[in-house]
Design a protein around this ligand. Sequence first.
Ligand code: UTP
Ligand code: MN
Length: 500
Amino acid sequence: MFPAPAVPRPRKRSRPAEACVPRREEVKFKDVRVYLVERKMGRSRRSFLTQLATSKGFIVEDVLSDKVTHVVSEDSQAASLWKWLKDCAQTNLPNVHVLDVSWFTDSMREGRPVAVETRHLIQDTVPTSPEGSTPTHSATVSPYACQRRTTIENKNNILTDAFEVLAESYEFNEMEGPCLAFRRAASVLKSLPQAVRCLGETQDLPCLGEHTKAVMEEVLQCGHSFEVEKILSDERYQTLKLFTSVFGVGPKTADKWYRRGLRSFSDILADRDIHFNQMQQNGFLHYGDISRAVSKAEARSLSNIIDGTARAITPAAILALTGGFRRGKEFGHDVDFIVTTPELGMEESLLCKIIAELKKKGILLYCDYQASTFDMAKLPSLRFEAMDHFAKCFLILRLDASGVEGGLHSAEGDSRGWRAVRVDLVSPPMDRYAFALLGWTGSRQFERDLRRFARGKQRMLLDNHALYDKTKNEFLAATTERDIFAHLGLEYIEPWQRNA
Ligand code: UTP
Ligand code: MN
């Protein structure tokens, strides 16, 4: 007879062995005994949260007994949870708090068990705001995008479109402060569940200054803002907007061309003194295709192609779709992927082999490969750098219609049967995977606020490579995005809620 295995085989990657060794930590809160419900949470997350709490001086019980004071669960269904608890526990659990994981994250953030509030209690029904009632959006909107849930459904696009024009105009004039202010304001409005109808509804919202409110008032009253109209009809704005729509052309280059008196693509191409780099040459060459949005079906087809290519090189290859498509967007300007392997140090050669293979298949139209400059010894980086240090490549690929469900998203009358698409591949070493995934999923505003929150609220430094705790002077390990949110004391925000 063979004994049945006690636990099912974990399907996912297992953690490094050292992470599983329990450490003896000093107990700071003797009166609180936490029990984490594994159901819905999963075994690895439970053990991670256990370690986190223990390191902060909490007692975490392995077994549900009458010693337990706080039961924490990620299961939001009260009825089934209570039934499960009653079935598990020997006793009746009369005095125990049964809490949502928000109590746990609040306590981790504070570094002590916080008082139980009604919002921490597991509720059977999700509270909804009944139709026609006063909007409650100003109740408690956080000034940090990483504490808001923002889906792709934007109810305030008339306002946010206006703000984005202003932000871009300030960016073209290198005025970072007002640019960021309008981006933040747009981001707050994107998170609201309803359309703002009058200025009064926004009085308790964060990140809305005098200027933003003036623009908002105009748009709400007249349907448009005169300031925005003026920018949209401004020759410099229009020209810089056109020039920066070319792959490889940033605001600096666009402005240089503008100051030479150039106003159109034909002006630029006719100017003998302008030298284009490889990226710009390809930007012009494939302009029609790559200035056209990429559809979800096209992203899926590319995902199949890259996945097949990577797995043919090593069956252990790991591919993840990131960027806007991971956030649930229907269209994007490119398709972003992380591709790596569990074998530490092999990720960069995997990327090179993938590029070589795409070339062999005849679908590599352009490749800008950037070798890894990643060095853990040079971290933490005090200044955030726009580009991370992982091996990566910026590609233009030829995508055939045959693999795309419903056909290509091409211009009408285009009968080539293929189109060019911008694709980014990044290859972090596996132990950096969670940080890279979080960083490349975006949105840009969500990432900015994660870093701002980490630095300003937690004395931590976050980037695409690592999370560093300045108080403890140590790096915090993470194998999933959830681990990073937990370290930061943040409630987990799903990728599709990060469209800030
Ligand atoms: P994108 O520019 O591709 O944006 O960067 P997006 O959200 O996918 O939107 P569209 O649809 O393509 O326009 C994706 C994420 O990757 C990060 C950015 O911060 C962004 O959040 N990123 C990009 C990096 O971290 N490093 C890079 O070098 C490039
Ligand atoms: Mn993208």
